[in-house]
Design a protein around this ligand. Structure first.
Ligand code: ADP
Ligand code: MN
Ligand code: MN
Ligand code: MN
Ligand code: MN
Length: 332
């Protein structure tokens, strides 16, 4: 979940360290008790604010228990609160820095009519024609909500989010954008910021955005967060193909750990139908979209490249998913 508040400063900061620490009322977010309610905000990354323009910035922060003064006078260090998944991710990314982990996340999402909570452009109390014509489509009735999609891409580019493409998805009113390749911790920062920008933008159209992995039950595609990964070894021709196979073998051993952390409600999506694999089994293959992990057609040819973890749901926490991939593929 993303929340924000605004602060007016009298100087323009150029890096997060120049920004003041701040706090918020954690009792209003279910993150702290009312009698000890302050949660500390630590500034981590700066983006340009596409809505206010000018010198205005958006600051990605993570969350900590404040320092405390003990009876003997010593001051304790700040400690990440339990929902701060960034801190653990940053630690792992520091450990694997020399391997240069790159990520690209494909963020699928669905636009909803804010009043009816039904997908945008779908007939009230009814369904559109079956899936087939909508993926990568153009035209009224097929590509629904494109103005939001296009404006969102502009917002991301202006802000400094490393967005790399967009496409209409298989279910009408469902879309995808890609963020990446991003190195290390910036994958999580950029993806969370891209979602915040999407929510902010959709407000202007009175449209709701859902990242639910299966917004409409039945014969309608779910929404994923395919996570593409490479490291220095997989990108190098001499070592690449072997490194990819070794990493996938390690990921297989930790399938259950990954699945448990790959998004709430993912079991409604990973059915083995609609271009997904079964949630229970690990599988991989070249160019196979029914696998847990897909290796691109060109990888065995060029003997290097990246692979795609297709298991994460659209509501994935990118800090958790990128940390787990690095832990399993690089540190085990
Ligand atoms: P798909 O064919 O699965 O739809 P997309 O084109 O939507 O793939 O997304 C591919 C993603 O892979 C993009 O986010 C891109 O940034 C990312 N990517 C490209 N090269 C690499 C790489 N070497 N390492 C990690 N990610 C990469
Ligand atoms: Mn107040
Ligand atoms: Mn894609
Ligand atoms: Mn897709
Ligand atoms: Mn994909």
């Amino acid at each position: 979940m993303q929340r924000s508040k605004t602060r007016v400063l009298d100087k323009v900061p150029t890096k997060p360290e120049e920004l003041p620490m701040w706090n918020y009322d954690g009792s209003s977010t279910g993150q702290a008790p009312g009698d000890d309610s302050e949660v500390y905000l630590v500034p981590r990354a700066i983006y340009k604010d596409p809505f206010r323009g000018g010198d205005n910035i958006l600051v990605m922060c993570d969350t900590y228990e404040p320092p405390r003064v003990l009876p003997d006078g010593t001051v304790t260090a700040i400690k990440p609160i339990p929902t701060n998944t960034r801190a653990a991710c940053a630690e792992v990314m520091e450990k694997v820095k020399a391997e240069e982990p790159w990520f690209g996340i494909e963020q699928e999402y669905t636009l909803l009519n804010a009043r009816t909570k039904w997908p945008l452009g779908w007939p009230t109390n009814g369904y559109p024609g079956p899936q087939g014509p909508y993926y990568c489509s153009a035209g009224a009735g097929a590509a629904i909500g494109r103005e939001i999609v296009e404006s969102h891409m502009k917002c991301c580019l202006f802000a400094g989010v490393n967005i790399s493409g967009v496409n209409a998805e298989v279910m009408p009113a469902q879309w995808e954008y890609q963020v990446g390749p991003c190195t290390g911790i910036s994958m999580g920062d950029d993806l969370w910021m891209s979602r915040y920008l999407m929510y902010r933008l959709a407000e202007l159209y009175n449209v709701e955005v859902t990242f639910d992995p299966k917004p409409i039950p039945g014969d309608w595609n779910g929404a994923g967060g395919h996570t593409n990964f490479s490291s220095k070894a997989t990108r190098t021709a001499e070592t690449g193909w072997q490194a990819i196979q070794d990493q996938i073998a390690k990921l297989e051993k930790r399938h259950a750990v990954h699945i448990a952390a790959y998004g709430e409600g993912n079991e409604r999506r990973l059915t083995g139908k609609h271009e997904t694999s079964s949630i229970h089994d690990f599988s991989w293959g070249v160019a196979n979209r029914g696998c847990s992990i897909r290796v691109g057609r060109m990888v065995p040819v060029e003997k290097c490249g990246y692979y795609e973890d297709r298991r994460p749901a659209s509501n994935l926490d990118p800090y958790v998913v990128t940390r787990l991939i690095c832990e399993s593929a690089l540190l085990m």
